[in-house]
Design a protein around this ligand. Structure first.
Ligand code: MSP
Length: 502
């Protein structure tokens, strides 16, 4: 009888279609992709979704600036994000656009439920608004007349519906307390808790000064506030909250949009009795050679160019490995090249190439069967089979960089083992020992290939194809699945060394 797989639901932010995607956008989706692939290989029924955020004043402005009709404009930019997902080999199961009927219908029904539950009332907003952030700010939050994010603010006075956010201060604090892993990493949780403790004001959730959005039911002068609209993509993409994938296991977001996900989002859901997501993980920001990435500075890194230059897997590996997931990071070409050469080309690549080339040449293209395994052989094998347990614990905390370290440690241990055992000398002195040694190394390479799949899917596939391995999910990481007597293919280099450009 087939066992039912446990559902695992993971989301990325949906991207504003005011701008072309850059490496910062690719980063949110890449992290989610890596986590989704890991969970699939670990036997979960994964739903991984991403999409585009297409309403609001910021998009309307961008369309006007481009002198394009709004619909034509959002179609054009949304498709760039959709194409990027293909080009970067992202494994998302769906792509939601907030301009789609399935989304608009769900948000309209949510609005009605909120109104019926008494969570929404009509009033008048007078205060500051930053179009860039699509956010309202209190006077006390402004710094030198600007939003704390540096965005320009404008004074807005208009009739508006309000969400009774102030009712949720205590409920939210109690929820964070009872669910200490809801906001991750912990430093971010503390920020949110402090902010909520300072007091929450009711939130303006409709606008009347522009029209590009979902109309408020029965009061069509108003459009629904873009964040209320956008956040519900996480459910509209599933159909509704009765989907087996809800509540969500993890929302991956950037630190700049944590407030919306960790405060507004759970409060909206509480108001209409929808179960809350299990985790919101806020990642850091990439800067370039120490400076903020922006279109106006002309230093935004184009993910496609990076892939053309260095390859997709190198880019994926660098972004996931260079910084601890949750912290900010600096992109520089030098650190990129150093990281790839040290860990992929020299460490893992060399190991696989020298061992497999040796087997291909000296063992009739076949992985030898071991006669006797010594303690030193067994301890390396054990390390290879147990790596998944360490990685699983780390990936469940989204410590992606540390999970990769487990693979690097294994490759280091295998490289030391090769040096120490010197199979090329055993060839003339002790064939049985040489066979054991090569078997152990082939097993380590098999494990590394399997474990690398979420991070560098193409290269890992290449490694596993050379070994002619069929079962590639994490259940294969045991001695019972060991390969011996298997014919291998002519090994070719898996990881290229990158050259510094002149
Ligand atoms: N539309 C909202 C999200 C709505 S989710 C219901 C939004 N869109 S965005 O396009 O501006 O940003 C999307 C994501 O890209 C955010 O998680 C943001 O943190 C991330 N990044 C944008 N620039 C970035 C860097 N330079 N570095 C890392 N991530 C960055 O916000």
């Amino acid at each position: 009888m087939a066992t039912l797989k446990k559902p695992y639901y993971i989301t990325t932010p949906i991207y504003y279609v005011n701008d072309s995607p850059h490496i910062g956008h690719a980063y949110s989706t890449l992290a989610a992709d890596v986590l989704a692939r890991f969970k699939r290989l670990d036997g979960f029924d994964v739903k991984f979704v991403t999409g585009t955020d297409e309403h609001g004043q910021k998009i309307e402005k961008a369309a006007n600036q481009a002198e394009m009709d709004t619909q034509t404009f959002i179609d054009m930019v949304s498709v760039r994000f959709r194409n990027l997902n293909k080009q970067l080999n992202f494994s998302n199961d769906d792509f939601i656009r907030t301009s789609e009927a399935r989304h608009k219908d769900y948000v309209t029904s949510i609005w009605k439920r909120m109104l019926e539950s008494g969570a929404i009332y009509l009033g008048k907003y007078a205060g500051w608004y930053a179009v860039r952030d699509e956010a309202f700010y209190a006077e006390s939050e402004l710094i030198d007349g600007k939003a704390p994010t540096g965005a320009e603010v404008e004074w807005v006075e208009e009739p508006s519906y309000f969400f009774r956010l102030s009712d949720y201060q205590e409920k939210l604090l109690a929820f964070y307390e009872a669910n200490p892993d809801f906001i991750m990493p912990p430093s971010r949780r503390n920020e949110v808790v402090s902010f909520v403790k300072t007091g929450l004001h009711d939130l303006s959730v409709s606008r009347t000064s522009f029209s590009h959005g979902i109309p408020v039911p029965n009061d069509e002068k108003h459009v629904i506030y873009v964040w209320l609209d956008a956040l519900f993509n996480y459910i509209s993409v599933l159909g509704d909250e009765n989907s087996p994938y809800w509540p969500c296991d993890i929302h991956i977001v950037g630190k700049d949009i944590l407030r919306f996900h960790a405060i507004y989002w759970p409060a909206f859901l509480m108001a209409i009795d929808i179960p809350l997501p299990k985790r919101v993980f806020a990642h850091g920001w990439w800067v370039v050679d120490g400076a903020k990435m922006s279109k106006s500075l002309g230093n935004a890194i184009d993910p496609i160019k990076l892939v053309e230059e260095y390859g997709l897997d190198a880019m994926r590996y660098f972004l996931m490995r260079e910084i601890s997931f949750g912290s900010d990071g600096n992109y520089s070409e030098e650190s990129f090249i150093n990281r790839i050469n040290a860990e992929l080309a020299n460490n893992i690549g060399n190991l696989a190439q020298r061992v497999l080339a040796f087997i291909f040449k000296n063992c009739n293209e076949t992985i030898p069967k071991p006669e006797e395994l010594l303690a030193s052989d067994l301890s390396l094998l054990q390390m290879a089979y147990e790596a998944i347990n360490k990685m699983r614990t780390l990936m469940d905390k989204q410590e992606i960089h540390n999970a990769i370290q487990v693979i690097i440690d294994l490759a280091n241990a295998a490289n030391e083992y090769v040096e120490h055992k010197a199979p090329w000398s055993l060839k003339n002195t002790d064939i049985a020992k040489m066979n054991s040694c090569l078997f152990v190394l082939a097993e380590v390479i098999r494990a590394i290939g399997i474990l690398l799949q979420p991070f560098v899917p193409n290269a890992a596939e290449h490694m596993l194809n050379q070994l002619n391995i069929e079962i590639r999910d994490f259940t294969a990481l045991t001695a019972e699945h060991a390969i011996n007597g298997t014919k291998i293919s002519q090994p070719t280099g898996v990881f290229k060394r990158l050259e510094v450009k002149a």
